[in-house]
Design a protein around this ligand. Structure first.
Ligand SMILES: NC(=O)c1ccc[n+]([C@@H]2O[C@H](COP(=O)([O-])OP(=O)(O)OC[C@H]3O[C@@H](n4cnc5c(N)ncnc54)[C@H](OP(=O)(O)O)[C@@H]3O)[C@@H](O)[C@H]2O)c1
Length: 371
């Protein structure tokens, strides 16, 4: 039997107000009956990983050494992470690699030797155990890099469309729309003939989305944005919005624009239009409070949206359909683009951290754990 040594990135919030992110050596344990051991070849650094990795720790004043970062946390952050004090948490939701050991269950055995996309949690590691039932074997012509981000953003983008349809809608509004996820969502909408109003914060992002084929791409930083938003919602009839920004006034402005469109053809009511307007906040790019100037009547809702919760609400048939679509579009509709590739140790380099933690358009990093 091969003896393997594992290395993995872990993040530990300490009770003394320090956050420690480090590359540690751990033993490789054999997979259970329904599990496989994956030799990880590629894993994207997604914003959700950054939340667990660093949260709002003060990286400007952190100490960076060879395999370790020690960053001060504010008292509020230290208190909010009380439940994980002292726990070395593995990081990295998803990735791709080769199955090198498989449990006794036939589902696990069938994956032996195959390259799979997986969602093991702790993907920033040389080896990781994954639940065999959730692994997706990659087609032969798809590399580990191309398959590394097969779960989180593709399924989320497809999940938005399912959610919008379930709400009875036929079009949607999306903010921070030039993101990796936003570009996928736009391509899905173009393929499926679904109206989409893309909201971004620079002219360069407007152009990026127009180049993909966006009809409605609005710069929220420009004068006239609110009026343009009303026009775009009127043109698409989009009464469902997905927003990863969270903090600030954006969701309220979108609901107000929806209300203006919805009330056009209705008689006056002191309760506002009867049209239901829905907002889903699915990220915290702005960690400030959500501020809403409520001029949108009573028929509205705003709630959180999380992929893992959504997946529990759909049938096996819908899930199968979504997985199959992702697999067939990994190099097209669902392609992710990376600005940089880093090793596990390279993830802890100061310049790398400062760049990927900024979550800027087109600056997504890919970790190559075997490098
Ligand atoms: N809830 C879920 O289940 C779920 C699942 C998947 C992804 N997500 C979320 O989806 C979002 C996008 O993920 P991704 O991997 O596609 O990210 P990404 O490619 O790194 O893109 C992040 C985008 O957000 C923009 N941005 C950052 N801070 C902003 C702010 N304060 N206001 C407005 N725009 C801002 C950036 O634009 P600039 O270049 O202008 O900074 C960039 O276009 C993340 O928030 C992630 O957490 C949530």
């Amino acid at each position: 039997m091969t003896t393997r040594t594992n290395e993995m990135i872990v993040s530990t919030a300490q009770a003394d107000g320090k956050l420690v992110v480090e590359l540690v050596e751990t033993p490789v344990t054999p997979p259970g009956p329904n599990e496989v051991l994956v030799e990880m070849e590629a894993a994207p650094i997604n914003p959700s990983d950054l939340g667990l990795l660093f949260g709002s720790a003060d990286l400007e004043n952190a100490e960076f050494s060879d395999r370790r970062i020690v960053a001060p946390m504010s008292p509020a952050m230290t208190a909010s992470l009380r439940k994980r004090h002292g726990d070395a948490m593995p990081v990295g939701n998803e990735g791709a690699g080769r199955v090198v050991e498989a449990g006794s269950d036939p589902v696990a055995q069938a994956l032996m030797g195959k390259r799979v996309a997986c969602l093991p949690g702790g993907a920033f590691a040389r080896y990781r155990i994954a639940d065999a039932a959730t692994c997706m074997p990659l087609p032969d012509d798809v590399s580990a890099e191309q398959g590394a981000a097969a779960f989180v953003n593709p399924l989320t983008a497809l999940g938005f469309v399912e959610t919008m349809k379930r709400d009875g809608g036929k079009a949607l509004v999306h903010t921070a729309a030039a993101s990796n996820l936003g570009q996928m969502l736009l391509r899905i909408c173009l393929e499926d003939g679904i109206g989409i109003v893309n909201v971004v914060r620079s002219d360069a992002q407007v152009q990026l989305l127009r180049d993909i084929g966006a009809v409605h791409a609005l710069n929220m930083a420009e004068d006239g944005y609110d009026a343009a938003l009303v026009d775009a919602i009127a043109a698409t009839q989009a009464f469902t919005a997905f927003d990863p920004i969270g903090g600030g006034t954006q969701m309220g402005r979108i609901l107000n624009a929806m209300e203006q469109v919805a009330s056009r053809d209705e008689r006056f009511s002191r309760y506002g239009s009867s049209r239901m307007k829905r907002g889903y906040v699915y990220g915290r790019l702005d960690t400030g409070p959500i501020v809403m100037d409520r001029s949108f009547g009573i028929s509205w809702s705003v709630s959180g949206w999380l992929l893992f919760n959504f997946l529990q609400t759909v049938s096996a048939e819908v899930k199968e359909r979504m997985y199959a679509r992702v697999m067939s579009g990994l190099t097209t509709t669902f392609a992710s683009h990376y600005s940089d590739r880093v090793s596990l140790a390279g993830m802890l380099d100061r310049d790398a951290v400062m760049t990927y933690n900024a979550r800027k358009t087109g600056e997504k990093f890919l970790v190559l754990p075997q490098a």
